[in-house]
Design a protein around this ligand. Structure first.
Ligand SMILES: [Zn+2]
Length: 363
């Protein structure tokens, strides 16, 4: 056996086995039942049967909006999306600690709870320019040894209704954003061709992906799902495009959602969901069966402009109550859903797709 620096003993894997995990040079070097007893005299830490999982992935966050580290603040926004957007603009610039500090506070909270990879949207608008992106990139740099962070340049206030935002999105990518975002091309911009052509052109120009917030319901949202798939095919961006939320997929006929799922799978367009709360929930199992990559994220953690609970995000909690996310396995926990998952035959159906504690993984 490889010489190890330390052992974690009595670790419960997701399949129920009780194993010892040997660590060498900061990486997992050995996994096995009774491995510690048959090895050298490396120090041991008894995990006492607690569950051991790979690092979790949160696929949808807003690090720039978090209030983590600040005293309690009441919910200030009205019931509409535009009210929440405007509330962000009135609250965030006047907070007593910076975007970088708040984002860093939340990153530490996530890491402490097992998240090691996250994707965050960052507001890009005419009022704040790239300032929030700079703050989030600063926090990313500060914690780069603990977590990987993908950033999405997110035009929350709209694109075509705010002339100049397309230039800012382009500048955001040139200044470190990993993906281009978008939002409700019909409902917010009332110009789906303008917004989608604009953001896809930026992505194609820089060779990056897209992650587009789509809250639009029913047929309105379906129209944009189709438009997104068409552009993804046309520009060869398959595998690099994600639709966030996609509530429309839970509010159209079975036939139409089946057609949309086939189109998304063919184009390589993924879906990220936080569970939808009280809105229409995309049919996760059907989408996965059709070959669509589906993954999960919390969206909001003590976030300005959204209702929050003492334990964090009111929205995030909805993931824990959505049986659709894992209907066939009693063993499959909400935490396990945090990473990208794709149906992969019987193993995936049993909820075992995430059970990998692998040799040479980061310890
Ligand atoms: Zn979001």
């Amino acid at each position: 056996m490889t010489e190890v620096d330390a052992f974690l003993t009595n670790c419960r894997l997701a399949d129920g086995r009780l194993v010892d995990i040997g660590i060498a040079g900061g990486k997992i070097a050995a996994v096995g039942e009774g491995a510690a007893a048959s090895s050298n005299s490396a120090p041991e830490l008894d995990i006492a049967g607690d569950l051991v999982l790979p690092g979790l992935v949160d696929g949808h966050m807003h690090l720039d909006k978090t209030l983590t580290g600040l005293p309690w603040m009441g919910h200030a926004a009205g019931p509409t999306r535009m009210s929440r957007i405007e509330t962000d603009k009135t609250i965030l610039p006047h907070l007593p600690i910076s975007t970088e500090e708040r984002a860093g506070n939340l990153i530490r909270e996530c890491v402490a709870r097992g998240t090691t990879h996250l994707r965050t949207h960052v507001d890009i608008d005419l009022e704040s320019g790239l300032a929030k992106l700079e703050g989030v990139l600063g926090a990313r740099e500060r914690y780069r040894d603990r977590v990987t962070v993908q950033t999405v340049a997110f035009p929350q206030s709209g694109v075509m209704r705010c002339p100049g935002v397309l230039d800012l999105l382009d500048a955001a990518v040139r200044n470190g954003a990993d993906l281009v975002g978008g939002i409700d091309p019909l409902e917010i911009d009332r110009d789906p061709k303008g917004q989608l052509d604009g953001i896809f052109a930026i992505a194609a120009r820089h060779g990056v992906g897209l992650d587009i917030h789509l809250h639009e319901p029913g047929e309105m949202g379906l129209f944009n799902v189709q438009e997104i798939c068409t552009r993804t095919n046309r520009l060869g961006l398959g595998g690099k495009v994600t639709i966030s939320h996609g509530f429309c997929l839970g509010g159209i006929t079975e036939r139409k959602v089946a057609e949309a799922a086939a189109m998304m799978a063919e184009a390589g367009v993924a879906l990220v969901t936080y569970g939808a709360g009280g809105l229409t929930m995309p049919p996760i199992e059907m989408l996965r069966a059709a070959g669509v990559l589906v993954f999960a994220g919390n969206d909001a953690h003590r976030r300005s402009g959204l209702a929050i609970t003492a334990s964090g995000s009111a929205r995030g909690q909805s993931i824990y109550h959505r049986r659709e996310l894992c209907p066939r396995s009693r063993r499959c926990s909400p935490a396990a859903q945090a990473g990208p998952f794709r149906r992969q035959g019987r193993r995936a159906r049993r909820g075992r797709f995430w059970q990998h504690i692998s040799i040479t993984a980061e310890a």
